[in-house]
Design a protein around this ligand. Structure first.
Ligand code: SF4
Ligand code: SF4
Length: 140
């Protein structure tokens, strides 16, 4: 698979939880697959509409996560309450992935304070993320 990713990007998560809510510069939308909604519902005992709102016209995404005061409802004290089963878009952050000529293009979110810190990300890292991204993006 053709992968286009930024070169020499350093990243080390600062656990600031900024990616779990809106900031003054951007609104954060956590898109969800139906399978992710089912998994979260099963694990938390919540009904889908208690934590997600249906959406349409966005490919594989069928819901978006509900927020409280601009923050994902599963964030408590800067920690994700569903970390083990967090949605794919959360796992991919601080990268945004789109489709291009049958391949995947990674763009980095400048809003993440972990960018520019830590070790440079390798091609292996982006290959792993591409595998994750395949579940949310239909390539063909
Ligand atoms: S905004 Fe970046 S540094 Fe902060 S928790 Fe999210 S990924 Fe980590
Ligand atoms: S599901 Fe977890 S990681 Fe994703 S936005 Fe909500 S609190 Fe953050």
């Amino acid at each position: 698979m053709n992968i286009r990713a930024p070169k020499n990007v350093r990243f080390e998560c600062q656990r600031c939880a900024r990616c779990c809510g809106d900031t003054p510069h951007r609104g954060r939308i956590i898109y969800l697959l139906e399978s992710e909604v089912k998994k979260i519902s099963k694990k938390t005992g919540l009904k889908p509409l208690e934590f997600a709102s249906p959406i349409s016209g966005l490919g594989n995404f069928k819901y978006k996560m509900k927020k409280r005061n601009g923050v994902c409802i599963f964030l408590k004290n800067k920690a994700c309450q569903i970390y083990d089963i967090r949605p794919t878009v959360c796992r991919l952050y601080p990268f945004l992935v789109s489709k291009n000529d049958g391949g995947l293009v990674f763009e980095v979110s400048e809003d993440c304070p972990g960018i520019g810190l830590g070790a440079p990300l390798t091609q292996e890292h982006f290959k792993h993320m591409a595998e994750l991204a395949k579940s949310i993006i239909k390539l063909r």
